[in-house]
Design a protein around this ligand. Structure first.
Ligand SMILES: Nc1ncnc2c1ncn2[C@@H]1O[C@H](COP(=O)(O)OP(=O)(O)OP(=O)(O)O)[C@@H](O)[C@H]1O
Length: 293
């Protein structure tokens, strides 16, 4: 289990770093093997900051992250099991390394004792697992591969490790619609084989498609979380309702009036309240009832 408890991340901002900005505020969530949890929120809500914190690329200002009860410490032991894939696959590669070199570096770093022939077999398997033809990609430079191929190659690279959890940060946002659904189906397949995925997205339809649970972030705080069908089917926080109401429908057309976002989001002191089993909603402290989290 990958567990976040009370994770807060503040950045130093302003002239000479004199001010602070709380990008992630007291976030707790669990990610189990074989489960996809979507982390949903508009631009600037803190999704990437939280993903990077899980990956040890940022140190939490407060709170803890544990993997099977042990503190998550960035390093080889952690990265064997927890990896990230990001939005822009092009920026994740060294342009002068061909794909086979990228995959060989994993062996040099993590599995120096594995024989070359066995490693070649593992590369073959991981590429086929993500739907890539080894003969087509291995001898190529990044610029000779498509965005979808590069994104799959990143996932194949992660699979060469003993991967248990993947932070997938907006991994489909630079892909066209048909490639996007292929990559989503690949994640669903990996999930069915036991991979836990933290699926970071601002796209509610993608979160709905792939995840069992949804966590909605607003200005760094969880405002609603629960089973995806419950959160999307019965959104109780005004921000979730607003996000859902602002998704353009395929058959709707602009009729001269801009769509009006529903619901006012208030900023006062508030608490996450469990309104039904597993469904948490942030409520103003003045109106909160029920069990708090
Ligand atoms: N290195 C940094 N220094 C200062 N502030 C930062 C830094 N990185 C992010 N922020 C701020 O933290 C907040 C959260 O940013 P973050 O990138 O985590 O949001 P996000 O939900 O991932 O947004 P997007 O969907 O646009 O990527 C924003 O206000 C952002 O401006």
């Amino acid at each position: 289990m990958l567990r976040l408890e009370g994770v807060t991340k503040t950045y130093r901002v302003g002239a000479f770093g004199t001010a602070t900005l709380t990008a992630v505020d007291d976030v707790s969530l669990d990610l189990a093997p074989g489960e996809v949890v979507s982390l949903i929120g508009e631009s600037g809500s803190g999704k990437t900051t939280l993903g990077k914190t899980v990956l040890g690329l940022l140190r939490p200002t407060k709170g803890t992250i544990t993997l099977d009860g042990a503190p998550a410490r960035p390093g080889k032991a952690y990265y064997r099991h927890v990896q990230g894939v990001f939005q822009d696959p092009f920026s994740c590669y060294n342009p002068i390394f061909k794909a086979d070199r990228v995959l060989r570096m994993i062996k040099d770093e993590y599995f120096p004792g594995v024989a070359e022939s066995e490693w070649d077999g593992r590369i073959d398997t991981s590429l086929k697992d993500v739907g890539l033809d080894p003969g087509q990609v291995l001898g190529r430079y990044p610029h000779q591969l498509s965005g979808g191929q590069l994104q799959r190659l990143l996932i194949a690279r992660a699979l060469l490790l003993d991967l248990r959890y993947l932070v997938a940060d907006e991994i489909t946002s630079m892909l066209d619609a048909s490639t996007r659904i292929d990559v989503l189906n690949l994640l669903a397949d990996l999930k069915s084989r036991g991979l836990g995925v933290l699926f970071v997205t601002h796209d509610l339809s993608l979160g709905n498609y792939i995840s069992e649970r949804a966590v909605v972030l607003y200005r760094g705080r969880v405002v609603e979380s629960g089973p995806t069908g419950t959160v999307f089917g019965n959104p109780l926080h005004p921000y979730t309702a607003r996000l859902l109401s602002s998704v353009p429908r395929l058959t709707a057309r602009w009729d001269g009036e801009p769509a009006t976002p529903a619901g006012e989001v208030r900023e006062g002191p508030s608490t996450l309240v469990e309104v039904e089993p597993g469904h948490l909603v942030r409520r103003d402290d003045t109106t909160s009832t029920g069990s708090a989290n």
